[in-house]
Design a protein around this ligand. Structure first.
Ligand code: ADP
Ligand code: MG
Length: 729
């Protein structure tokens, strides 16, 4: 095995950057060429088809069969002109990955092959998807789920070295109509959000008839050389290193952050950026991140459903393109212990048909009151449903990040910045319970009118907050780097939609009592400021101080997934989901079940890999070195050397034996704990058992393996070491 490590190192050291030249210097020359966008539709669609598609996109309704047939004709012609031979519905099952099932554009009729693609095939497909998780909704014997076209996300062509495939973004539902994917619930949430947000906007501006959420996803990732990856079964199988002593030089010097990008990584970036541009993914930013071999990219924000699809596509592209550069992209939240983890900052805001960003202050008193309305309602929503929001980002891999040193804590809190905190304080003080005097009203309006456009400079930024206001958007930073953003965004949009409905109702009650509109709005907002204050926090979110303070404030701090997921099936959440038509009781329960199952499987795999590595790779290497030491002692004795010349060797021999024996017995105990856990029927009990009874062994076993790494001869050590893994040549 150690020979594998050294061969891998040699391979890695001999690599040079793969030469990559984009098709043109100007991105505009090839941006979106593989997307069935407006231009392509105008060119290839019959005008009735185009009309039907646009109408359907605007209304959110389905298109009829006749129109679908027409669209299919045009879409196929376009796809064929690009060289596509197959098509697939592209969907997001609850595995967390995207799924495809390719069909050729041809059929057999009377024994002859004909080229075909019908409206039916475009609009609906029935993948034999019995092995996708359904949480018991769809038993395998009734394995019928179908995918249905999501018109709001355009079709695109995925290129691979051996062919091209037309991909049609779809939702995935069971035959009885229950959602089995991430996309459908997000679309439902966006639908209610539009309704309730427009209602609230109408209090301020009658021209606003549509509100949609926007999202810009910052994606962090690590790169590792494939040769080294292949010498590390743990990294290869689980996406993270289960062992590995921290390197002498890690990120202490922070010299990687924003440093110059290594050549090989740069070629990779150019390559995947080009592929992204072809698919209309508007990548804008790239840079080194804090940890060695960690990077980040971010697009220009887009309508949220599209932004989520684009992020999923991007992750897929990155993985594919990386192979051409002999890299593996690590999207895991914590590939290396003791080194920064990776997140996926979700920058979220609300936009209107009139082009207004509802979370952007600056303008006049009226528009600032509208800003404050959305701003404060978001705070209130997060406060009320903090536990559900926490549940929405819970996963086995994100557990390594949340609550650890270099990441947001598992406590949900909101950072506003000094300026806006002050504005809220003022509203709280000056809007009383009593009817406001005309002078008071003028004064507060004047104040609100004065909220300028907010430029958060670096002194007024808080990088340790899980949910931060950053000038014209909220940034939800606790989302994990490997996650599908849909889940977190579905929850965020649902709780905000729900909150806006309540707000409107409360304002209406006051207006009925003859309180003027603006005053009514201010009064309700003031109540919200008072009631949700506890979630606001501007200090260091990574400090112990905050843990104590948060506890005093009654905020939850749930650091592991199984208990965090409880909030998904609390009475409050069931009501929320049902009221907003996101999930039925059964759907929410099924989803909960699936999330627990995923958690269990992840830990089960890690535990097995750990046992295998420890017993079959680490212990043999340690014994080998121990034997060398013993032979050395023997030899020294033979030539008559005194005990003081081999005393150290004897100490090392003993130490190695101690570690080996602990590792051996701990692995045994871990296997026993696993067996016990596996016997549990109830999903939650089983997940808790894995979390509380199996997982703790990971740490003890690792501790002793990592100690051995420091003792055993480097030449005999089988696993690529941290300093090697994070090096990029
Ligand atoms: P940083 O957090 O590093 O300051 P930027 O300000 O560059 O980053 O923005 C980060 C992300 O936020 C980008 O993807 C950007 O497009 C996105 N963003 C900016 N404005 C909005 C908005 N109104 N809605 C959603 N995302 C936005
Ligand atoms: Mg950011």
């Amino acid at each position: 095995m150690s020979t594998l490590r050294f061969r891998a190192l040699e391979t890695m050291l001999s690599r040079t950057a793969v030469k990559y030249t984009p098709p043109s210097d100007k991105v505009s020359d090839f941006f979106g060429i593989n997307v069935f966008n407006n231009d392509a539709m105008t060119k290839y669609l019959h005008k009735d088809a185009l009309k039907a598609v646009n109408a359907a996109i605007n209304s959110g309704e389905k298109i009829d069969r006749k129109a679908a047939d027409l669209v299919a004709i045009g879409m196929k012609e376009w796809a064929a002109s690009k060289g596509a031979t197959h098509y697939t519905h592209w969907f997001q099952p609850l595995t967390g990955l995207t799924a495809e099932k390719h069909d050729a554009f041809f059929d057999i009729h009377d024994g002859k092959a004909i080229d075909t693609f019908s409206g039916n095939a475009l609009a609906q497909q029935e993948p034999d998807a019995s092995s996708f998780p359904s949480g018991g909704i769809r038993n395998t014997f009734e394995a019928r789920g179908y995918t249905a076209w999501d018109l709001s996300s355009p079709a695109f062509i995925m290129e691979s070295s051996n062919g091209k495939t037309l991909c049609i973004p779809t939702v995935f539902v069971s035959y009885t109509g229950e959602t089995l994917d991430y996309k459908a619930p997000l679309l439902k949430a966006l639908h209610v959000l539009n309704e309730t947000a427009v209602d609230v906007c109408q209090l301020f501006d009658k021209d606003i008839t549509k509100v949609y959420a926007t999202l810009g996803v910052e994606q962090e990732y690590f790169l590792v050389d494939t040769a080294l990856l292949n010498s590390r079964p743990d990294l290869y199988i689980t996406g993270r290193t289960l062992f590995g002593h921290s390197p002498a030089k890690g990120q202490q010097l922070e010299d990687h952050y924003f440093g110059s990008i290594p050549e090989r990584a740069y070629a990779f970036m150019l390559d995947f950026e080009t592929e992204s541009y072809k698919l209309g993914i508007p990548l804008k930013t790239r840079h080194n991140e804090v940890a060695p071999s960690q990077f980040e990219c971010a697009p220009v924000f887009e309508e949220i459903n599209l932004a989520v699809d684009h992020n999923l596509l991007l992750m897929d592209l990155m993985e594919k393109v990386a192979r051409r550069h002999n890299f593996k992209v690590l999207l895991h939240e914590k590939p290396y212990a003791g080194i920064n983890g990776s997140g996926k900052h979700n920058n979220w805001s609300l936009s209107t048909n009139t082009g207004k960003n509802l979370l952007s202050p600056g303008g006049n008193p009226k528009s600032n009151l509208m800003f404050l309305t959305f701003f404060i309602n978001t705070i209130k929503a997060v406060y009320e449903h903090a536990d559900l929001l926490r549940a929405s980002i819970a996963s086995a891999s994100n557990d390594h990040r949340l609550g650890a040193n270099e990441a947001p804590p598992a406590i949900m809190s909101i950072f506003l910045g000094g300026q806006l905190s002050k504005v809220l304080d003022e509203i709280e003080k000056s809007v009383g319970d009593k009817k406001m005097s005309p002078e008071q009203k003028t004064a507060i309006k004047l104040n609100i009118g004065k909220i300028p456009e907010i430029l958060l400079d670096n002194t007024d930024r808080n990088r340790t907050s899980p949910f931060a206001f950053t000038g014209n958007k909220f940034e939800f930073r606790a989302v994990g780097s490997s996650a599908n953003s849909s889940n977190a965004m579905m929850v965020l949009n649902t709780i905000v939609a729900n909150q806006l409905r309540e707000f409107k109702a409360e304002v209406d009650v006051l207006i009925k009592k003859n309180i003027k509109k603006d005053e009514a709005i201010l009064k309700v907002l003031r109540q919200y400021i008072v009631s949700s204050k506890n979630i606001l926090f501007g200090g260091n979110g990574y400090g112990d101080e905050w843990l104590r303070e948060a506890k005093k404030r009654g905020l939850s701090n749930i650091t592991t997934t199984p208990p965090a997921l409880d909030a998904f099936v609390s009475k409050k959440s069931f009501e929320l989901f049902e009221k907003n038509n996101i999930f039925s009781h059964r759907e929410a329960e099924a989803r909960h079940e699936i999330m627990l199952e995923t958690y269990i499987k992840k830990l089960q795999i890690e535990s097995r890999v750990m046992g295998d590595l420890a017993i079959n790779h680490i212990i043999p290497a340690a014994i080998k070195y121990q034997t060398t030491l013993a032979e050395n002692v023997e030899g020294l004795k033979d030539i008559g050397m005194k005990a003081d010349t081999y005393g150290t060797q004897v100490v090392m021999i003993k130490e190695i034996s101690e570690h080996i024996s602990i590792i051996y017995s701990e692995v045994d105990a871990m296997i026993e704990a696993r067996k016990k856990a596996n016997k549990l029927e109830n999903g939650r009990d089983k997940a808790i058992a894995y979390c509380d009874k199996v997982r703790p062994y990971f740490e003890t076993i690792r501790e002793h393996v990592d100690k051995l790494e420091m003792i055993v001869d480097d030449e005999m050590w089988p696993l690529a070491k941290y300093r090697e893994l994070v090096m990029i040549r």
